[in-house]
Design a protein around this ligand. Structure first.
Ligand SMILES: [Fe+2]
Length: 192
């Protein structure tokens, strides 16, 4: 990877290489092809598929879990469709989002709560990979969901998408100082 980064660095400049050099690594093309196949199935989801998945997951699959337990389980979750993370875990992704917010001086605790909890549903991958297409979810969204989408999801995407990298490893303990905030906000375990 170092050799690839050096060559690509001369062509693209260091900041872009930091995010894109892994695409030149052996195996990336195969990963990208498989990711594309999964994504194509994702985009073919109908409202009926989403409704069936919603029914399926009305039954708890893990039982009661503390929020922080679920955060830690993200270390076991890898998104097979995410060519930016390219095998880096969802816990590393979460740390990257938090690091990006800290770098920008974000101070709203709600954004840090969103950063730490936004991908918790992905722990279901430990049983089976499913990602619901948000456009097909609109019929199930109420006014509160739409307001949430505008207030949080739209500004949050900047961090969720733009901090992704398989080459960036934020400090291992970066989430620790937010544990108290998460546990105060979500004192009860979750049935999942
Ligand atoms: Fe995310």
């Amino acid at each position: 990877m170092a050799a690839v980064s050096k060559t690509a660095g001369a062509l693209l400049g260091t900041p872009r290489v930091h995010r894109w050099a892994h695409r030149l690594a052996p195996g990336w093309r195969e990963f990208a092809d498989e990711a594309l196949a999964v994504s194509e199935r994702h985009w073919k989801q109908t409202h009926q598929t989403v409704a069936a998945l919603k029914r399926k997951y009305e039954e708890a699959v893990f039982g009661r879990q503390g929020i922080w337990e679920l955060v830690e389980k993200l270390a076991l979750c890898v998104d097979p469709t995410d060519g930016e993370l390219y095998g880096a875990s969802q816990l590393i992704h979460t740390r990257q989002v938090v690091a990006g917010m800290e770098r920008d001086g974000v101070s709203d605790p709600d954004f840090f709560l969103a950063a730490i909890t936004h991908d918790l549903g992905k722990v279901l991958w430990l049983l089976r990979y499913h990602s619901i297409l948000i456009e097909s979810s609109r019929p199930f969204m109420d006014a509160r969901d739409h307001a949430y989408l505008e207030r949080y999801l739209v500004p949050f995407r900047k961090y969720d998408q733009d901090t992704k990298s398989c080459c960036l490893l934020p400090p291992q303990n970066i989430l620790d100082k937010y544990r108290d905030l998460v546990e105060r906000t979500f004192p009860r375990s979750l049935l999942i």
